[in-house]
Design a protein around this ligand. Structure first.
Ligand SMILES: [Zn+2]
Length: 96
């Protein structure tokens, strides 16, 4: 069984969580100046690395809160989780 550490509730079973896609994607601020291609990149283009991946998860069957996670896409191991709005842990978050 995979165990994920919710930043608020602590370690819980994977079944309590839902995946929310790639993390660390900032919404554009000057939207009126974006081209269709730039909007398309923001809305649709995501990284699919083999290895460490910055992701968003939600503790759906627990506190219901969203958080950031750093997960290895090969081993499924979570190496870090942290609250939205907080800086990533000292460990390096891969650049997109
Ligand atoms: Zn929680």
């Amino acid at each position: 069984m995979l165990v994920i550490k919710c930043p608020w509730c602590g370690p819980r079973a994977e079944i309590e969580f839902s995946y929310g896609g790639e993390g660390g994607i900032a919404r554009p601020t000057q939207t009126e100046n974006l081209t269709d291609a730039q909007w398309g990149d923001y809305v649709f283009m995501r990284h699919n690395p083999k290895g460490l991946h910055h992701e968003q998860w939600r503790h759906a069957s627990g506190c219901g809160r969203w958080f950031n996670a750093l997960r290895d896409t090969v081993s499924y191991e979570f190496s870090a989780t942290w609250k939205i709005g907080e800086p990533a842990p000292a460990q390096t978050v891969p650049a997109p």
